[in-house]
Design a binder for this molecule. Structure first.
Ligand SMILES: O=C(O)C[C@H](O)C(=O)O
Ligand code: SF4
Length: 516
């Protein structure tokens, strides 16, 4: 097994940088279905560009490279202790090479271990099987979509769909509700794995395991197949669309598994995965550890540029008044902000500052390290690398889920004079009110498009709060051509509130029993 380490390292790099073929096909099918020239269609073509760039740059598709979770099948007698040692080494080295973000954080102190190793990270499951070869599967599921996982305990009364009993129809209602509650925050269009039964722990595990099924497989269980087909058809009527911008495609895959349960419990567990559905696997020679084959079609086998060229072409025909593009250079004035409205595309030049959870908490009762009047704050935890001369470079830098900053954002906007908040998934009423009062906008960038945005950062001007760890530090970035859509303006309008309201009406229309 002298090649085991290298094979696992290659698997990590492949999973983080090259979206598998079956996932690509699903993204392509979504683009064919989406109305051409809409915000969702444009975002899908950006997503396609990003997937392509990640493959060419051998860099992370999304900056959040998730919780590395390995599932290993090995023949009886294989040395699991050595395998584990090599896996840890491969994870640490892939992190050093910027293929993974430093994602392992002490839950109490917030300290980042810097190498993705620590109590509980990475997750490694071993299972023996009767075959000779070794199989290593890996999923890199990011935090934003993980936060949208949900577990139901039946019977329940669910908003929109009403009473959900302990039967197939109750299960149907849970799943539809799960898609609704995720909105665009988990970087829709997404994939869901559903676990019916088990206990609270094994139910979630079963749900996550469903994500290892091939996107295009067919469930052999006739009842579950019916549920999967129903969900795929009806989830797309909710109108959530790519990134929650509204649209025809909200879900790219639904896989349902079942396990026995206790008489008193009936859990329906849903694991939500973003479009950046990074999972791959390798089959290894049991003697040498060399890669014999891949478990899923490799991304390079499916090129989908053509489909997106058509979409880009259609975008050119959109009427100019429907697609205003405004270029702003920081610091931004109140007047400039007041002229923006929901739907405008804003292109930012100048300096941008990253800031996420740790920074927002800090700024509530401390001063900022620099003047933020007219500033643009980017909710982003990038992947960074330092060259030999000691210069930092941005390797991957898409937005993070903004709603986490809702308790702080409004006050921080007013306290420091910030004019633009950039993130994804939208924010709530407190922030909307502050944008109106002070004169600010929320700009929605495309979640997961980490390569696409990284190229907009021409130089790292400086960094504060490195003690928060790389993702949470405040990076000051020289920016050119960073495009995002106004989804909350300074006049009280929020696209997110509108899309959610509309989706709720669509969800409520699915209340009547379907599976009797
Ligand atoms: O942590 C991040 O960078 C992003 C996260 O996965 C999110 O979706 O919010
Ligand atoms: S930012 Fe979006 S694409 Fe990236 S891990 Fe989070 S949910 Fe997934």
């Amino acid at each position: 097994m002298q090649h085991f380490y290298q094979s696992v390292y290659d698997l990590i790099v492949e999973t983080s940088t090259n979206l598998p073929g079956d996932v690509r096909r699903a993204v392509q099918a979504a683009s064919e279905k989406e109305d051409k020239g809409t915000r969702s269609a444009l975002s899908l073509s950006r997503i396609a560009d990003n997937i392509h760039m990640a493959e060419c740059n051998v860099s992370p598709i999304c900056q959040d490279t998730g919780m590395p979770t390995f599932i290993i099948h090995c023949p009886v007698g294989a040395n699991q202790i050595i395998m584990k040692k090599h896996i840890l080494e491969a994870v640490a080295n892939a992190t050093k090479a910027s293929k993974l973000r430093t994602n392992s954080v002490d839950s109490l102190t917030g300290a980042n271990t810097g190498d993705n190793l620590g109590p509980g990270t990475p997750v490694i499951h071993f299972e023996q099987w009767e075959r000779d070869e070794v199989e290593v599967k890996l999923i890199l599921k990011g935090g934003g979509c993980e936060n949208k996982n949900i577990q139901y305990s039946l019977p329940a009364d669910l908003e929109g769909v009403g009473k959900a009993g302990r039967d197939l129809d109750g299960i149907r209602k849970c799943i539809m509700h799960a898609v609704y509650q995720a909105q665009g925050q988990g970087c829709s269009a997404g994939f869901i794995g559903v676990g019916i039964g088990g206990d609270r722990t094994s139910g979630y595990e079963l749900a996550k395991h469903q994500l290892f099924r091939h996107v295009d497989d067919v469930n052999p269980h006739p009842e579950l197949r019916k549920v999967e087909e129903y969900v795929m058809e009806h989830a797309n009527t909710l109108g959530i669309g790519t990134m929650g911008f509204g649209g025809q495609v909200t879900l790219l895959g639904c896989k349902v598994g079942v396990a026995n349960r206790l008489p008193a419990s009936f859990f329906v567990s849903v694991a939500y995965n973003c479009w950046a559905f990074r999972r791959q696997g390798v089959l290894l020679n049991p003697e040498t550890g060399e890669i014999n084959g891949w478990s899923y079609p490799r991304g390079s086998e499916v090129s989908f540029q053509e489909a997106f060229e058509a979409s880009a072409e259609a975008a050119k025909n959109v009427k100019e008044e429907d697609r205003r593009e405004i270029v702003l250079t920081t610091p931004i004035s109140e007047e400039q902000i007041r002229s923006l409205k929901v739907g405008d595309v804003v292109v930012i030049n100048g300096t941008m500052h990253t800031g996420r959870d740790a920074l927002h908490k800090y700024l509530m009762d401390h001063d900022a390290p620099l003047d933020l009047n007219g500033a643009a704050i980017y909710h982003c935890g990038p992947v960074m690398s330092k060259d030999e001369a000691g210069e930092w470079h941005v390797k991957a830098a898409g937005p993070t889920t903004s709603i986490r900053e809702e308790p702080y954002q409004g006050e921080i906007i007013k306290k420091f004079g910030i004019r633009a908040v950039i993130g994804k998934g939208g924010m709530g009423p407190k922030t909307l009110a502050a944008l109106k009062e002070h004169g600010g906008v929320y700009l929605n960038a495309i979640g997961g498009a980490a390569q696409y945005y990284a190229q907009c950062f021409k130089k790292v001007e400086g960094v504060d709060f490195m003690e928060f760890g790389i993702p949470e530090a405040m990076w000051h970035l020289e920016t050119e051509g960073f495009a995002a859509i106004v989804t909350m303006d300074s006049h009280g309008n929020s696209l997110h509130a509108d899309v959610e309201k509309n989706a709720f009406e669509k969800l409520s229309a699915l209340k009547e029993p379907v599976f009797k």
